[in-house]
Write a protein that binds this ligand. Structure first.
Ligand SMILES: Cc1cc2nc3c(=O)[nH]c(=O)nc-3n(C[C@H](O)[C@H](O)[C@H](O)COP(=O)(O)OP(=O)(O)OC[C@H]3O[C@@H](n4cnc5c(N)ncnc54)[C@H](O)[C@@H]3O)c2cc1C
Length: 554
């Protein structure tokens, strides 16, 4: 039987990202993608977040996506609840403060698109093949082959008939089909977020600037209706994707069919209905079987995301909700983490270490899903104004990272742009060239520590670690692999600080004898030696240690 190191079931954004990045960082591994459809194939999920764009840069697919001619997306507008005044955000709001200081950040961090997913996904899958993954379309995976509790391959069929193939690792990237989640019965559904979406495509729908911007720089527009909410997404200059999301019970209790409900609810939404007087519903995609498509939109998480010989990524591992347009971004962001994990796992011969790598992957996954789930749950459970949503964004983030000093508006924009979990922790640096990442951290995640402020507070004082602070170990994603790091932990609290490589040297100076000047001098020497390493300045380290409660000064 033919053997592959990694067999990826499903060639959507998750599968393509995993395939491209495994081949980038571990080109010696044999990677096979089995995709049941023949691409291009239609898919829902057209509005992208800026958080996915740095991953495209890393896979190398960025230029193909950028040049394709998709409608560029600047942000989002909402008309929510009783208050019918549109409001919204733009991805570059946080970056603009950097511009005001005369600094620049690559547009990679603020750029997104509204895409035809048949074309977007096809670009990513072709790119995975260019990176060296073997891609077979029209190859439907039926089930995993299990030997002694371990997944050792798959059974699939293509035009050559039914076949089997051996794998060292099976990545389930089958989206909502969730090959392994169903086979192993691992899905937990959220009853409160048991929704249905009905959607279609409209030719000749109007662009109203305050809702969707203009074809050069667009927004997704979201508006509430009596029974749910509607998305209004320009997927080309003359085609709008319009979708209605409602709780499953609404659909069940209706006498009318989904198409009548969809049209009635659009009529109930004056902001959107008013844009459709010359518009016509039509079938946009060759494989679109109905004018109004209905699709299940039920939030779930997999209790387990990795096991012996297998792992999951993308919608196969968990699905939140379309309200924040986070699905494709999460699939790519976590596809990157899966690829780093695979690279590390195949380099390790130690079972305990391999298990710890997959545990770290699962923890990372759950943290990401949870941030978006909290936001979506809050959205649905409240008839709120924008201030309260902003407030919730802040609460979600602050529960995770107490030390960030973000205003409400900044916190909201960060979640909604797709940077929810990229705190200044080390994992950030896995995604970006370091010099850009440092600027981004400054701009997005709070103002950089100022030397003057640090001096005013700490200069001349002896610095020491709090007696209960402990040194432990942590992991982070960095340049294609999982790496180990030293971590300062405050036991009994959720607070910790991961140290960048080499910063242990600075920590040795936090000994009750040395001062801020000593730390800054030592950090400067290190920066001179390793200009592109993410070493903090002495001031930054001291302020951050203080923020987690690990610093004592005398
Ligand atoms: C109503 C709705 C609206 C949404 N709107 C947005 C949005 O605006 N923005 C956004 O980012 N996300 C949105 N999403 C979510 C987004 O569509 C998904 O999160 C995203 O597509 C996940 O990517 P993936 O690669 O995990 O899965 P998919 O994109 O679903 O890819 C899975 C692939 O696996 C293949 N496959 C399945 N089973 C098998 C098998 N047995 N063998 C081989 N191949 C198989 C499929 O053909 C498919 O190509 C929305 C979702 C819904 C339900």
């Amino acid at each position: 039987m033919t053997h592959y190191d990694v067999v990826i079931a499903g060639g959507g954004p998750a599968g393509s990202t995993v395939a491209s990045l495994v081949k980038k960082y571990a080109p010696h591994l044999r990677v096979l993608v089995l995709e049941k459809a023949i691409f291009p194939r239609h898919h829902i999920g057209e509005s992208m977040l800026a958080g996915a764009t740095p991953i495209l840069r890393e896979t190398g697919a960025y230029d193909a996506v950028d040049k394709h001619g998709f409608i560029e997306k600047l942000g989002a507008s909402f008309v929510w609840g009783k208050q019918r005044e549109p409001w919204g955000f733009e991805f570059n709001q946080l970056i603009s403060q950097l511009a005001a200081q005369g600094r620049t950040v690559s547009d990679t961090f603020v750029k997104a698109w509204q895409v035809r997913r048949d074309e977007y996904d096809h670009i990513l899958l072709k790119h995975a093949a260019e990176m060296g993954a073997e891609v077979r379309e029209g190859a439907h995976v039926h089930k995993p082959i299990i030997d002694n509790g371990r997944v050792v391959g798959v059974e699939f069929s293509d035009d050559g008939g039914r076949q089997t193939i051996e794998s060292s690792l099976l990545m389930d990237c089958t989206g909502q089909d969730s090959l392994l989640g169903r086979a192993f019965d691992l899905r937990d559904y959220d009853e409160n977020m048991n929704n249905y979406a009905l959607y279609g495509y409209w030719k000749g729908a109007k662009w109203r600037f305050e809702y969707v911007g203009h074809p050069e720089l667009s927004r997704i527009f979201i508006a509430t209706t009596p029974r749910g909410w509607i998305w209004y997404i320009p997927v080309s200059p003359d085609v709008m994707s319009i979708g209605f999301v409602t709780h499953r019970s609404v659909l069940k209790d209706m006498d009318e069919g989904p198409e009548e409900l969809y049209l009635e609810e659009i009529r109930n939404c004056p902001e959107i209905y008013g844009l459709l007087d010359k518009a016509e519903l039509f079938r946009y995609f060759p494989d679109q079987k109905r004018d109004v498509v209905s699709i299940q939109d039920w939030s779930y998480t997999s209790r387990q995301m990795a096991g012996a010989g297998w792992a999951m990524c993308g919608d196969a591992a968990g699905f939140v909700d379309p309200i924040l347009s986070s699905g494709a971004m999460l699939a790519q962001e976590l596809g990157q983490k899966a690829a780093y994990t695979i690279n590390s796992v195949f380099r390790s011969g130690d079972d305990a270490q391999i298990t710890s790598y997959w545990d770290f992957y699962q923890d990372t996954y759950r943290t990401n899903l949870q941030a978006y789930r909290d936001m979506a749950a809050f959205w649905y459970s409240n008839n709120f104004t924008m201030e309260t949503w902003w407030w919730q964004a802040r609460r979600t983030l602050h529960a995770d990272e107490n030390r960030l000093n973000l205003s409400d508006g900044e916190a909201f924009t960060r979640v909604a742009s797709g940077y929810a979990n990229r705190t200044e922790s080390l994992s950030l640096f896995g995604s970006y060239p370091i010099h850009e990442a440092q600027k981004l951290v400054d701009g997005l995640f709070g103002t950089a520590v100022s030397d003057a402020d640090a001096n005013a507070k700490y200069a001349g004082r002896k610095l020491n670690l709090h007696s209960s602070a402990r040194m432990g170990s942590g992991m982070y994603y960095f340049q294609g692999m999982i790496r180990n790091t030293r971590r300062v932990i405050m036991p009994g609290t959720p607070r910790y600080l991961d140290l960048h490589p080499g910063e242990e040297i600075l920590m040795r100076l936090v000994d009750g004898e040395h001062t801020l000047d000593d730390l800054n001098n030592a950090a400067n020497e290190m920066l001179g030696m390793r200009a592109r390493m993410p070493v903090r300045t002495g001031s930054e380290l001291v302020v951050q240690l203080d923020e987690i409660g690990a610093l004592v000064t005398t």
